[in-house]
Write a protein that binds this ligand. Structure first.
Ligand SMILES: Cc1cc2nc3c(=O)[nH]c(=O)nc-3n(C[C@H](O)[C@H](O)[C@H](O)COP(=O)(O)O)c2cc1C
Length: 329
């Protein structure tokens, strides 16, 4: 079973990926957060850094594009290829209102004829030039169009289809629908590799997907890794079974290395320390999320989310680690 790090805008950028990959094992592919194409056919410096090979050394990185314009897709894909990448991923899942309003991300699913024209132009123009994979949701407000959506994908030589079985209207709420995934998986062409994404938070969740869907050879993890960076390694080694409701605190020394490395990386990436501190708030919100029942966690997290500068963040960060150490199971 291959394990992928999910693209997460504002979180799993090159700073997080670089630091994470030096500390933890188990991730086979790292997807970049989406790069939104534009009609200037020019990448912003921030986007260039995201895919610059020197910031992505030692990792198998797949750049992701967000667009509904085939010409722009092809131009960006070719630029990406010039840097040595062999695969590019199309975002057909982003549920954000502004994105969907422009019929991008999961908004592409709202008119399958137009989406078909887009895919036709992309695949006809690019031929075998490079691998194109897609990450998709399978519905806008319900799952009634699954068959049409999958039939559309079945028409094209997609390298791999990652399915996040939520509708656009679910955003990240509600549970993933195994029923919808099962149907999509059955309808997909037998030679189309399928990757499962959504709500894999424990070793048991991963084993469940593996056992249920024998053809699924890859899983993509987002919030599960943010909450427990050890998760991919635990899945590979089937080490920790978290079927109980008990909390699990990830390995502290590695976590310290990760938090420190990512913070330093953000300090270098951004001009103001405030931006770096704000990014670390997100980092800690995802990490602390499964640990909110711990005595003192609410207060420790609040100190981090209230910190205004490097100094106050570092104090709050220290206190967080004191709490985690004290409660390490
Ligand atoms: C803050 C945030 C940012 C995200 N950014 C992206 C993105 O840039 N591209 C994308 O395809 N999905 C994005 N996603 C969706 C995730 O890749 C993933 O599909 C989703 O979180 C479900 O997987 P999980 O339950 O393992 O987290 C984002 C999700 C969140 C919460």
């Amino acid at each position: 079973m291959q394990i992928y790090l999910a693209p997460m805008e504002g979180i799993t950028g090159h700073v997080y990926r670089r630091v994470y990959s030096k500390i933890y094992k188990g991730v086979d592919k790292y997807f970049t957060p989406f790069i939104a194409t534009n009609q200037t056919f020019k990448m912003k410096n921030r986007e260039k850094r995201e895919i610059d090979p020197k910031y992505n050394e030692g990792m198998n990185v797949i750049p992701q594009l967000l667009t509904n314009n085939a010409q722009q897709f092809v131009w960006y894909a070719r630029e990406i290829q010039k840097l040595g990448y062999k695969e590019v991923n199309l975002n057909a899942g982003c549920p954000s209102g502004t994105v969907v309003a422009k019929r991008k991300g999961s908004g592409m699913l709202s008119d399958l004829d137009i989406f078909d024209e887009f895919l036709d132009e992309v695949f006809t123009t690019m031929g075998n030039e490079m691998d194109i994979s897609i990450k998709t949701r399978i519905g806008i407000s319900d799952f009634s169009e699954i068959e049409d959506i999958i039939n559309l994908y079945n028409k094209y030589p997609i390298k791999e289809l990652t399915i996040h079985p939520r509708t656009r209207d679910d955003f990240y709420k509600n549970k993933v629908s195994f029923e919808a995934f099962e149907l999509a998986n059955q309808l997909a062409r037998k030679d189309l590799p399928i990757c499962f994404n959504g709500d894999i938070k424990t070793v048991e969740d991963a084993i469940n997907v593996q056992q249920k869907y024998q053809n699924v050879k890859s899983i993509m993890l987002g919030r599960g890794i943010l909450a427990n960076p050890n998760l991919p390694e635990q899945i590979v080694e089937k080490k920790v079974n978290l079927s109980s409701t008990e909390y699990y605190i990830p390995e502290i020394s590695k976590l310290e290395e990760l938090a420190e490395g990512v913070f330093q990386g953000y300090l270098e990436e951004f001009t103001g320390e405030k931006d770096a501190v704000n990014r670390m708030k997100e980092f800690w919100i995802y990490l602390a999320n499964p640990l909110m029942e711990l005595n003192g966690m609410k207060k420790a997290l609040k100190a981090i989310t209230k910190s205004k500068d490097k100094k106050s963040y570092e104090v709050a960060n220290k206190e967080m680690f004191r709490l985690l150490r004290e409660n390490k199971n």
